[in-house]
Design a protein around this ligand. Structure first.
Ligand code: AMP
Length: 227
């Protein structure tokens, strides 16, 4: 029995010697972009609720984007790998709640998901297929309860203004990683908390500190809009 276990261990070690590392995906890391709907819907741009109704007052997914360390990113990598709705039929109801479309005219969301897959997802084909892209993105988003993290730190979607360093500190304290924070402007020119980008390693498994902390927000007076 001991000899058998020993033989199996040796066999596993021997196989390990010949297991090659996963192929380099051709990019450096992913951004998981989470979006505050109150900011998307409070700009001059029109916003429309999806056909399923007003999304929850929570951060939704914008996308999972392969990126290079120098700040640029690949896009539309494989036009032959078109979006196929039938491949994600089991995920649609979850996508509708967690990856809601806000574009006009009101629609179910397929246009948004198609855009994200074709522009960004096809650049991560060596890591995951279309179903994997959407499934993995949903799972990554579920690992961070962003609204709760901010609310626990007293940063609430109540139209009040907050400091960039407080937003980043609250997220670092709760998750251990530093994200990128992006703002947009409302019609009164207030900067609003719009998107928070978490960096994820190139195998789409671990959250990491962002290589380029290039926030696009002022240091203070960031409005967290009601939704
Ligand atoms: P991207 O090309 O991935 O950087 O995303 C930008 C595009 O996504 C723009 O055309 C935006 O209008 C669109 N977009 C961003 N957020 C949403 C959303 N929640 N619903 C629908 N379209 C969106």
């Amino acid at each position: 029995m001991v000899a058998k276990v020993w033989f199996m261990l040796k066999l596993l070690m021997f196989q390990g010697l010949f297991t090659s590392p996963p192929p380099d995906p051709g990019f450096d890391f992913f951004y998981l972009a989470l979006q505050w709907p109150g900011a998307y819907c409070d700009t001059k741009r029109a916003c429309c609720y999806p056909t399923t109704g007003k999304p929850a007052a929570d951060f939704g997914i914008h996308g999972l984007w392969p990126n290079y360390n120098n700040g640029s990113y690949p896009s539309n990598c494989d036009p032959s790998n078109e979006f196929d709705p039938s491949e994600i039929s089991d995920l649609v109801s979850t996508l509708q709640t967690k990856w809601p479309t806000l574009s006009c005219p009101s629609n179910e969301g397929y246009k948004f998901w198609e855009h994200e897959w074709e522009k960004h997802g096809t650049c991560s084909e060596s890591v995951m297929d279309q179903h994997g892209y959407f499934e993995k993105t949903l799972a990554l988003r579920d690992r961070i309860n962003l609204l709760q993290i901010l609310t626990d730190a007293g940063i609430k979607p109540n139209d009040e203004f907050y400091k960039l360093k407080h937003i980043k500190k609250a997220i670092k304290r709760a998750t251990g990683v530093i994200p990128v924070v992006n703002c947009n402007k409302d019609p009164e020119k207030n900067s609003q908390l719009h998107e928070i980008l978490f960096c994820v390693d190139k195998s789409a498994t671990e959250f990491i500190d962002c290589p380029m902390p290039t926030d696009r927000c002022p240091y203070s007076r960031i409005q967290f809009a009601k939704f």
